[in-house]
Design a protein around this ligand. Structure first.
Ligand code: HEC
Length: 189
């Protein structure tokens, strides 16, 4: 009875891991094979904002939704990165993280740990850019600083998207982002 139960739990776990991996693989292959010109950049902009990419990368086009820069600026990313690099960056964020964007966890003597990027260090204090604000922390408050191996970019961001939506998002990354609005995008087509 118990063994059977354990087996079925393991089988379920195995199936859900395989499905999860299949879904990520699929997203990765979609990005590798998509023609960046077929999607609709204006619809892609809406997706970019709906998925909150703008909350870390800036570049939103709707007034008030410009977002802020916490991770890398994505203007020109489709040209700067090779296609496999772009696909990995979006689908497997932790696979390769540039040194500048390696996250650190700062444990404090007096409060919740902070996570973000160290942008400045002096003998007295460190400056840490966290997702919502920049902290200046005196060294006397710090217990330990630990490098994180995982990216601060969430995984599975594309899992809820249809193929068409993935194409639209890529079209926006390719020719919409970095411009000031929908009109500028139209001009570039
Ligand atoms: C919680 C913050 C966060 C969100 C939300 C987020 N990202 Fe990121 N992203 C990062 C960070 C941090 C990095 C740099 C570290 C890394 O490479 O994973 C990054 C890296 C990237 C890169 C590689 C850039 C380069 O120059 O190497 C791409 C492309 C990217 N993100 C696209 C997206 C897209 C598209 C979305 C929305 C679907 C998104 N990101 C949502 C934080 C975020």
């Amino acid at each position: 009875m118990q063994i059977q139960f354990k087996l079925s739990v393991m089988a379920n776990l195995f199936i859900s891991l395989t499905l999860r991996e299949a879904k990520l693989n699929y997203g990765n292959r979609m990005i590798l094979s998509t023609d960046l010109h077929v999607g609709d950049a204006t619809r892609g902009a809406k997706l970019y904002e709906r998925l909150l990419c703008n909350s870390c990368h800036g570049g939103g086009v709707t007034p008030g939704q410009e977002g802020r820069l916490f991770g890398p600026d994505l203007a020109g990313a489709t040209r700067r990165l090779s296609r496999p690099e772009l696909a990995d960056a979006i689908v497997y964020p932790s696979k390769q993280v540039a040194d500048r964007f390696k996250a650190q966890e700062v444990r404090l003597k007096d409060g919740e740990p902070l996570t973000g990027f160290i942008t400045e260090q002096t003998g007295e204090a460190i400056t840490l850019a966290a997702r919502d604000q920049v902290h200046r922390v005196p060294r006397s408050r710090i217990l330990a600083i630990t490098a994180q191996s995982a990216s601060l970019m969430p995984e599975k961001l594309l899992n809820s998207l249809t193929d068409e939506e993935i194409r639209d998002l890529l079209a926006f990354l390719d020719r919409g982002i970095g411009s000031t609005g929908a009109t500028a995008q139209e001009d570039r087509r």
